[in-house]
Design a binder for this molecule. Structure first.
Ligand code: 1GP
Length: 250
């Protein structure tokens, strides 16, 4: 099954999906495989692989291969630049950071990466990447004009622009490790104006925080730090996945 279809089916069946983000620069490939296996056992729908700084080349290829060996989950690239394209993945969030001040992050990296996506036969998932304050490394590296917490309408306008441009995914990102996730009001505001798949991530630490955002209209919740730090990560991810899927079932 194509990855987009799998995501759509999961969202239709469970009300929402959970994706686990693994940054290849933060641990060796062996551990990346173990993390993915735990996430798979916990019920996550897929693994996103990428990072803002050093996630490219051999490091990226080895992580993708280890994850594919350890699980049957689809691997979706989450690139910060054209360096984040690996031939071994299944799909790629083909992203444009619409609120960057630098055209490189809006169309430049995409121009450089597109031929590789075609050559490697990766399934492209066209996505608007919208970075909300505090933004973290993603905001700093991508030179984002951060969307302030008290401007949900601004996020909604970007989200609508993305849909009108033909993008099928909109990602509201607070930045990995953010001390505050994307506000619930902002998720609602974006949901109110778009029909395409709404992804929310950055700083989501608790099942409650994830559930609130699903209730507000998120289709996919992304967590990364949870899988990196938790000693009992399998349990932590299972709690998160359960909360994400319980909202619309209840
Ligand atoms: C970062 O939104 C993701 O791109 C995940 O963030 O590491 O805070 O879960 P966390």
């Amino acid at each position: 099954m194509r990855v987009e279809e799998l995501l759509k089916k999961t969202i239709a069946r469970d009300g929402a999906a959970h994706l686990t983000l693994i940054d290849p620069a933060k641990q060796g490939a062996g551990l990346a495989g173990e993390m993915a296996a735990d996430a798979a056992a916990a019920g996550t729908t897929g693994v996103m692989v990428g990072g803002s700084t050093r996630a490219g080349g051999k490091l990226l290829d080895l992580a993708v291969l280890a994850i594919k060996k350890a699980t049957d989950l689809p691997v979706i690239l989450f690139p910060a630049s054209e360096a984040g394209v690996s031939r071994h993945a299944d799909a790629i969030f083909f992203m444009s950071m619409l609120n960057s001040r630098d055209p490189y992050f809006i169309t430049g990296a995409q121009r450089l990466g597109a031929p590789l996506v075609k050559e490697f036969g990766l399934e492209p998932l066209p996505m608007a990447y919208l970075v909300v304050e505090p933004g973290g490394e993603a905001g700093r590296v991508g030179k984002a004009e951060l969307i302030p917490h008290d401007k949900p309408g601004l996020a909604a306008a970007y989200a609508l622009a993305a849909q009108l441009l033909g993008m099928r995914f909109v990602y509201l990102e607070a930045g990995s490790g953010a001390n505050r996730p994307v506000p619930v009001e902002m998720v609602k505001a974006a949901r109110d104006v778009i029909d395409v798949t709404l992804v929310v991530g950055g700083g989501i630490r608790t099942p409650e925080a994830a559930a609130e955002r699903v209730e507000a209209g998120a289709d996919i919740i992304v967590t990364g730090t949870l899988v990196e730090r938790a000693a009992d990560r399998a349990k932590k991810i299972a709690g998160m996945v359960k909360a994400v899927k319980a909202v619309h079932r209840a």
